[in-house]
Design a protein around this ligand. Structure first.
Ligand code: T1G
Ligand code: NAD
Length: 646
């Protein structure tokens, strides 16, 4: 029979190798095989220790997410972890890649954990809407203390091996060959008294103030898992081990069947399907050795930073020396921000900047494989840029525009080589936001399209194909969202109630607060442009505010008033007066009803977008909303939340 586990021995140490591609997820077959391995090794009196090591790109990535909808088959994971811990011989987990969720729980069933410096450990269950279900909330505080456990379990963020070592989560960081290092560690460990199994170690209790502070920090509206995780850790500090385990299991099983877990699983799989559209399966993307960026403003500098972070050399071109200096400065400030947040060293910043060539002469773009244009949002400016690009770039170089609204067919119209032209719509700040809308022209070749998807993967972005329409997928839905939010105001719902309702739903900001932050003038200018072009665009409430000079926080007020240096919104008397003639006196609306109304509008527009073929799948629309517009991930996106599944 084909088993995912093989055992060999070296002297008195067994080496147990798990091989279950692609990520050694713990399926029922893996649980059975590991259980069996414990028994076999215990039955061999010549063996004194066992090393658990994995094949492939990573140690165990956790429970098999694909089995979550099914009835779990024995042996159950918590029992397997106990079985490992109670084995006659001590086990040593040799962790490469990532030990996540059930993978780290198995490692905690082992008496020791060792890992190379690049490895990571983590308990990401909350990101799947569940809590650890095999002692993560109960063993972690016994292993490394309550604070460390709370951090790992409630944020779900992975932790690098050196930090995990410093905090006591792993026992040694191994340089060089992992198996050889683990063997040496095992031999040394066998010469000393063994530490107590984790379940037998003491755990400290924390006061009410600690738990209260943690609840406040971890709470996210409508997201149960982080608070349940906190409760489970608290129980682990107050109840005996076995009782805490039983309670953890109960909570885990209840959450596994919850709406938020279903939503987060759907997003998990949608994100992994997105970079590989079925239609491009057999198309080989082109290699990109050098990328040009035209325009070093907000977007151009951000795009250049994203490209550099992925290791691509960049040629940044601006219209004159002054603008170039500003662009290079913006780019450098982006990296300074990362240094301040402790994410980048100064040496790394210097290396990133050294890979940027700033120019004002288009001839410098002649070697680029791809050029991304991010100049002013004006058709004539963009057309002029592309005329120069066509003259200076290689005839096969891919030419991309970052336009938000302009029809890319108009931008490229009449230029030779439309098969190499494409829209690449990044979001601001481009080095941080995960979404990339990929907008092919009718003529774009599949090779160019596949290269755009491959670039997204290289930049760690979530790519979504969007068809051509005003605003593509995201900004088209945003327009509908804002217009529906205004229609609620017209019906008499107060501005602050709409924002509070959307925050209560899980957005970080409501639609009006978000406009005040980003500025009301951008959408206003876009509407004005459409009006100037003869389109019938009715006056919005936002137009009235811009007309009165209220463009958002940057002008001291938009939908709300702001005091200088303070970003907290205060209801505005001036706004009340300006809008009064346009608002009716309606009955108050409950927050849930407001949210339902607005999410329903997002999904309605999404359905129209699907029907027109602007998006390929409902889950793509959900990814756009989650990664570009702050839709709460645990609600799955507007399509998922409205019951629309692919
Ligand atoms: N189950 C099933 N399939 C998984 C999987 C998992 N846990 N993790 C990844 N895959 C698939 C994925 O769908 C893709 O498949 C392929 O593996 C490569 O993934 C009891 C209940 C490990 C860091 O949340 O974070 O344990 O699309 O493209 O970039 O307490 O995968 O190729 O067919 O992401 O190299 C907790 C999730 C589970 C880990 C590798 N574990 N995985 O990244 O590859 S809950 C997680 C990851 C749990 C216990 C609880 C990453 C990775 P396909 P990839 P990668
Ligand atoms: P911006 O005004 O900050 O930057 C534009 C830059 O282009 C300026 O630095 C300008 O000097 C430069 N430029 C103008 N003409 C040029 C030329 N001929 N050659 C070289 N450089 C030239 O604008 P932005 O916000 O970065 O927007 C750029 C594009 O990205 C627009 O099409 C916009 O719609 C789109 N976009 C913006 C956002 C956003 O949130 N700001 C998001 C997505 C897409």
């Amino acid at each position: 029979m084909n088993t995912p586990v093989s055992i060999r021995s070296q002297g008195d140490i067994a080496i147990v190798t798990l091989d279950n591609p692609p990520v050694n997820a713990i399926s029922a077959a893996v649980r059975k095989a590991l259980w069996q391995a414990v028994e076999e090794i215990d039955a061999d009196p010549n063996l004194r220790a066992a090393i658990l090591i994995c094949q492939g790109r990573t140690f165990i990535a956790g429970a098999d997410v694909r089995e979550f909808g099914q009835t779990p088959e024995p042996p159950h994971l918590p029992d397997l972890v106990d079985h490992l811990e109670a084995a006659r011989v001590p086990w040593i987990a040799a962790i490469h890649g990532t030990a996540l969720g059930g993978g780290f729980e198995i490692a905690m069933g082992c008496r020791f954990r060792v890992a190379p410096p690049q490895a990571k450990i983590g308990l990401p269950e909350v990101t799947l809407g569940i809590i650890p279900g095999a002692s993560g909330t109960v063993r972690t505080p016994r292993l490394a203390g309550v604070e460390v456990a709370v951090d790992l379990v409630t944020t779900g963020k992975p932790m690098a091996a050196p930090k995990a070592h410093a905090l006591g989560l792993i026992d040694a960081v191994i340089e060089g060959d992992l198996e050889a290092g683990a063997m040496a560690f095992a031999t040394e460990a066998l010469s000393k008294a063994l530490p107590a199994p984790i379940s037998a170690r003491p755990v400290s209790t924390m006061g009410e103030a600690f738990w209260e502070a943690q609840r406040t920090r971890a709470a996210k509206p409508g997201h149960r898992a982080p608070l349940e995780a906190l409760t489970a850790i608290r129980r682990a500090t107050e109840l005996p081990f076995a009782q805490a385990m039983a309670a953890e299991r109960e909570s885990f099983l209840a959450l596994r069947a919850s709406d938020e877990a279903a939503a987060l699983r759907a997003v998990f799989f949608a994100e992994r399907a997105a970079p590989r559209p079925e239609a491009l399966r057999d198309v080989t993307p082109r290699k990109l050795a050098q990328v040009g960026v035209v325009g070093g403003g907000t977007m151009g500098a951000g795009i250049a930073a994203a490209l550099r972070n992925a290791g691509l050399p960049v040629v940044l071109i601006e219209r004159d020396a002054d603008a170039l200096e500003r662009g290079i400065d913006t780019l450098r400030r982006t990296f300074e921000g990362a240094i301040k947040r402790g994410k980048l060293t100064e040496a790394a910043r210097d290396a990133l900047m050294a890979g940027v060539t700033g120019v004002t002469d288009y001839a410098a773009l002649s070697d680029c494989d791809l050029v991304i244009e991010a100049v002013f949002e004006k058709l004539s400016v963009k057309r002029e840029v592309f005329e120069r690009l066509v003259a200076q770039c290689r005839p096969d170089a891919i030419l991309a525009t970052n336009t938000s609204y302009i029809d890319p067919r108009e931008i490229f119209e009449g230029l030779p080589g439309a098969e190499r032209c494409i829209g690449l719509h990044f979001f601001s700040p481009a080095q941080i936001m995960k979404l990339l809308e990929i907008v092919p022209l009718p003529e774009t070749s599949t090779e160019v399209l596949a290269t755009a998807f491959a670039l997204a993967k290289q930049l760690s972005k979530v790519p979504v194909r969007a068809g051509i329409c005003e605003g593509f997928i995201g900004n088209r839905i945003l327009k509908r969202y804002r217009s529906e939010a205004e229609s609620l105001l017209r019906a008499g719902v107060p501005i602050a109630d709409v924002d509070a309702a959307m925050r209560g739903y899980g957005f970080r900001m409501g639609p009006f607060e978000a406009q005040d932050l980003g500025g009301l003038d951008i959408a206003y200018l876009q509407r004005e442009g459409a009006r100037a072009a003869g389109q019938d665009v009715p006056e919005t409430l936002g137009d009235i505010l811009v007309g009165a000079g209220r463009k958002g926080q940057k002008t001291g007020g938009g939908w709300y008033d702001y005091s200088q240096g303070d970003r907290s919104p205060r209801p505005s008397e001036q706004v009340a007066e300006l809008l009064a003639p346009h608002l009716s006196k309606g009955a108050p609306m409950a927050e849930a009803e407001i949210a339902e109304h607005l999410v329903g509008a997002l999904a309605d527009e999404g359905r129209a977008i699907l029907a027109e073929g602007i998006a390929d799948r409902a889950s793509d629309i959900d990814l756009v909303e989650i990664h570009g517009y702050g839709f709460p991930r645990w609600k799955g996106g507007p399509m998922f939340a409205s019951g629309h599944r692919d």
